[in-house]
Ligand binder design. Structure first.
Ligand SMILES: [Mg+2]
Length: 334
């Protein structure tokens, strides 16, 4: 069987069976945004890792070395945010092709240090080796979260509100713009390209959700809304309905989609790399939390509801209801 027939998540399910957890401190192993390990009565350690490969995830001429360095760390911090944690340490490993000189590498680490300093993260190790062809970047990030605060994918309850902490689709549209070098007004594409190249990890939002004690589950939108909502539904044993007219899309995305003659909701639903958080919030407490968020300067946008029946439904603006098939990013299929 080929990997592309199984898909990334089928592959993960399959290998997870081969690996044994030997320690009861492991609260959550494979299959969430972070691994969760209890290290004291009231504290969990979070660990997450991501691989970025040249030509698979990025082209070097899409961005400066600094921007690539900052993104490589930001996407890992986003997984800590999804679990409600405070990021602490990072380990950075690179496989470096000959064509990249020391100046390029210094710029890469300068970009990374900017994000690390902003979020109080200490880069304390890693590995470097030679690559025969592509640049390979691996980052590991640790974080801390209270044992009563940790947000996982499997805690959503029927009736919970499906909420987002920001707009979706900008990053996918930015990637499209980078790939096709389209002749779209530059002020539109630069906003979208920036969303793709310079994502902001929603650490503050994750902390607030974790501390609210009315958020039952969370995930970051890295694979795309349809896929990431699907992960929460699957792991919580639920279904969901979301409403097209409630999905937050930015003005630049709407205008860009119009220019390209594309439905902006295709990017919003099936794009990816938005790095906003999707959360399951207790229905009775949603309004109060959304109000607190607005006063605090962050967003909590209701887009739908978790249901006890399995399956995901999109209620279109027209009133038509259609099934959502997870069409977001799958590394072995996309
Ligand atoms: Mg994630």
């Amino acid at each position: 069987m080929k990997l592309k027939d199984l898909g990334e998540f089928g592959f993960i399910d399959r290998i997870a069976h081969l690996l044994t957890t030997h320690d009861s401190r492991v609260v959550k192993g494979i299959g969430d945004d972070c691994a969760v390990i209890q290290i004291s009565e009231d504290t969990n350690l979070l660990v997450t890792t991501d691989l970025l490969i040249e030509r698979t995830h990025f082209l070097l001429d899409w961005q400066s070395a600094q921007t690539l360095g900052s993104k490589a760390l930001s996407v890992n911090l986003s997984d800590i945010a999804a679990c409600g944690g405070i990021p602490k340490e990072a380990f950075v490993s690179l496989a470096i092709p000959d064509r990249l000189g020391i100046e390029w590498l210094e710029d890469f680490y300068t970009g990374m240090a900017g994000v690390a300093d902003r979020f109080g993260v200490s880069v304390i190790g890693g590995d470097t080796t030679h690559s025969l062809s592509d640049l390979v970047i691996n980052v590991v990030v640790t974080g801390l979260v209270g044992t009563q605060e940790v947000l996982l994918r499997n805690g959503a309850r029927p009736g919970d509100i499906v909420a987002l902490t920001g707009p979706v689709g900008d990053s996918a549209a930015g990637l499209e713009s980078l790939r096709k070098l389209t002749s779209v007004p530059s002020h539109l594409s630069s906003t979208l390209i920036n969303a793709h190249l310079n994502p902001r990890p929603h650490i503050q939002e994750g902390r607030k959700l974790a501390q609210s004690h009315v958020c039952h589950a969370a995930i970051d939108i890295s694979d795309g809304l349809s896929s990431d909502l699907g992960h929460v539904c699957k792991q919580s044993g639920l279904g969901a309905i979301i409403f097209e007219d409630k999905i937050p899309v930015s003005e630049p995305l709407e205008k860009f989609a119009q220019e390209m003659d594309v439905n902006p909701f295709d990017w919003a639903l099936n794009g990816g790399e938005d790095y906003v958080l999707l959360a399951a919030i207790d229905k009775g407490n949603f309004r109060q939390l959304a109000k607190v968020a607005a006063t605090d300067g962050w967003a909590l946008i209701e887009i739908g509801e978790f249901l006890s029946e399995p399956g995901m439904t999109l209620s279109k603006v027209s009133g038509e209801k259609i099934s959502i098939i997870p069409r977001g990013w799958d590394h072995f299929r996309s």
